[in-house]
Design a protein. Sequence first.
Length: 118
Amino acid sequence: VQLVESGGGLVQPGGSLRLSCEASGFTFNWYDMRWYRQAPGKERELVAGIANVGGSTNYADSVKARFTISRDNAKNLVYLQMNDLKPEDTAVYYCNAKQVIGGRSDYWGQGTQVTVSS
């Protein structure tokens, strides 16, 4: 099982980034997918989630209207489009897969750093 995040980096305030998470080793459409983040000295927090099928999404209040989560079940990919980035969005972003069909497995990626700074 692997979740591999990519797309992080350094961006100026107001800029955009798109994170990707490529999944392998499990039945992707049996899993809800989520993005979490953890800033230095803070607890890991849920940023956005998307249901295994059907496209239902949820967002943290702090990122609503700026971030968009999406998935491509044919390619085993989940994305996080981040617009109007703010310094407080600086964190390590983690991809998470939570099984909702056939079991209760829970998988994590290694994380990708997002730094918002001028």
